[in-house]
Write a protein that binds this ligand. Structure first.
Ligand SMILES: [Zn+2]
Length: 280
């Protein structure tokens, strides 16, 4: 006789797209039969030294694959899986790179994992997890970074890359970032400090209550939380009816048509993973 959850299915689809065709995608996405991970890498602005020979895309990929491997241990809480993954990646590049450098690669991490009759989740920084629950939508996202991730100073935006004014602005921008990253009262991201994982938002919900989950980098969630063109319900419906690739296409369309209207990062890497839960 099949058990209660033997017929429970997880149906996942995802799409991921770099901000431009000629740059590396610094987002990472992975899905297994019982979980999904979306990671959005961050480093220093173009033209700045990072102390790392590998780069942000490498970091996102390395911490993503390491996390997926550690999530196999169901008895290990997700924040501990992430701490172990951060240690693994730190050890991969500590010999060649200056991990104390303020520009060392870092990333958000958003993960879900089936665990018996529960769904565990973890959200570190601002890649939203949107849970479609029986009676409500729950959005889990840590916006602490917003207070410190300000726009580039005018001296960077208005002067040529490499000019003295640009470099001065860059130093100011990096110093601001450095002061608040992975410190009490600041914001927390995956980088080279495993204790950052303990600051992730974590929780667990009954699997039977979850009809779907969307894991999004902020490049994909911007139709809702930056442009205000969709509600979270609309976004879930779009994912359900047309899939993650269509969501990314819509983001690019809006970016192309409204570049002047929304100052700041015109394009961003965009990743969406959409997971449906239910009986076959
Ligand atoms: Zn490195």
């Amino acid at each position: 006789m099949p058990g209660v959850y033997d017929q429970f299915a997880m149906d996942v689809c995802f799409a991921s797209s770099p901000q431009h065709a000629d740059v590396l995608n610094e987002d990472f996405v992975a899905a297994t039969s019982g979980g999904a991970v979306v990671i959005d890498g961050a480093g220093t602005p173009e033209g700045a030294d990072s102390g790392c020979v590998h780069g942000v895309a490498w970091y996102s990929r390395a911490v993503g694959y390491a996390l997926v491997a550690r999530m196999a241990e169901l008895e290990r809480p997700l924040h501990d899986c992430l701490a172990q993954a951060i240690i693994h990646v730190r050890d991969l590049h500590r010999a060649d790179c200056d991990l104390g450098h303020p520009g060392t690669p870092s990333s958000t991490v958003t993960a879900i994992r089936e665990n018996g009759d529960r769904l565990d989740y973890l959200v570190l920084a601002d890649s939203p997890l949107v849970l479609d629950l029986a009676d409500r939508i729950e959005v889990i996202c840590d916006h602490r970074v917003d207070a410190f991730q300000r726009e580039m100073p005018a001296s960077m935006r208005e002067n040529p890359l490499g000019s003295a004014e640009y470099r001065a602005g860059l130093r100011e921008y990096i110093a601001e970032w450095r002061r608040h990253r992975n410190v009490e009262g600041g914001f927390w991201v995956a980088s080279s400090q495993p204790d950052a994982a303990a600051h992730a938002l974590t929780g667990t919900v009954p699997l039977a209550d979850v009809s779907a989950a969307a894991l999004l980098s902020d490049g994909a969630s911007r139709l809702v939380d930056r442009f205000g063109l969709l509600s979270w319900r609309d976004l879930l419906d779009l994912l359900d009816n047309q899939g993650p690739a269509e969501l990314v296409r819509r983001v690019r369309d809006v970016e192309r048509n409204t570049a002047e209207q929304y100052p700041g990062k015109a394009h961003d890497d965009a990743t969406a993973a959409y997971c449906r839960f239910g009986r076959l």
